[in-house]
Design a protein around this ligand. Sequence first.
Ligand code: SF4
Ligand code: SF4
Length: 429
Amino acid sequence: MTELSEYCKVYRINDDRNVLYSTKNAATVVLKDSVLDDLLNGNTSPDIETSLGRLGFIVPGKEQEKKAMRDFMDSVDELGNKLSLVVVLNLSCNLACPYCFEGKAKGPYFMSEDAENDLYDFAARTVTDNHKEISITFYGGEPLLSIDTIIRISEKINGFAAEKGLRYSFGLVTNGTLLTGEVVRRLKPLGFQGAKVTLDGPRDIHNVSRPFRSGAGSFDVIVDNLRQVCSDINIQVGGNYTCDNYTRFPEFLDYLIGEGLTPDLIKSLKFDPVVAANKSFALTDYADWCMSINEPWVLEASVFLRQAVLERGFKTPFVKPSLCVIESKNHFVVNYNGDLYKCPGFIGREDFRIGTLKDGAMNYRDIYSLDNWKNEECLSCSYLPLCFGGCRYMRLITKGDIAGVDCRRDYYDTTLRTFVLQDIEFRQR
Ligand code: SF4
Ligand code: SF4
């Protein structure tokens, strides 16, 4: 006897057909009512049962499936063959974005050569026999203000990686103003793979939200740089919108295409809201999944903008299982001064520091409320593989603590059906 997976959504799409979406495997199937009825009543034919079982839609038993989900993170960590480090090279920036989450912490603070050496030693100590790859995401401030540090770190780690038979690569989260063709030519031989660059919509909007410190607009400089480098490295474009300006973002997409930044030259493109309790927060340049906001206008805007991106042929992340990297033993965030954290959002908060490059990481289970999703409500929630308890940073800034989950149920109730149908439509195209 088999059952429909706990981690499956059923969406009716017309008179007699339904889309089944597995949140666990990101698989979709279209089933007629009669086949779905048979499935729900346990009368499925052996052939269909085998196919649906292989795709994860039906399982031998829900309790067994929940237990496997509980152990999921441990198995991901055990199988993980990559050591991932996010390295904050400085807290300095040549832009003055009013919503920057680093806010008052910004200043002329740069990684010292001692910390560079400690980083190298930490990577060498932390890498295990399971690892086949070391990957660094250089972050700031603005990481390209520390280009010589990037070069020194990469040269050292490349040497060490070659000795151990590991692959080394790195990327940047950058504002894009210094990402010239010349910079890419210097960095690419060292393992530079790609950059995530932020453009906050059309020129007039972007220039207000991401001005240079002088007050001058940065839009044209960034677009010009992207044109120079987009065929040499992977470019991910992110952008932050507000409820007042998101409807103008499609015109920005058309502008990019007109400027030669066509969908084939951009690896992915995704917009996210600038919003929080104090309406001045954005952390979405860190990673695609780091967002959870249930305000009605955000739900509407995210569906609208995703459609605009896909319609123009740009790639955007498909809806798929994702989890907060805080839970992974193979992921660390290093501050410029050698302090260790699990997420850049917590940098500078002493109570979320988990150690130093010199001393290594202490047990951070309680500090970061690991496994906050291992409760009956989450384990029985069909969104669990997309959510895993949500974003701890968002939970902290909205609720003041990270003891509980940052629940995304309303968000997925409102958006997931449309996202799944968008993915089916645009994959077919
Ligand atoms: S806490 Fe939030 S921002 Fe930080 S890694 Fe997790 S999901 Fe991303
Ligand atoms: S936090 Fe909410 S949406 Fe996420 S798994 Fe738990 S109940 Fe589901």
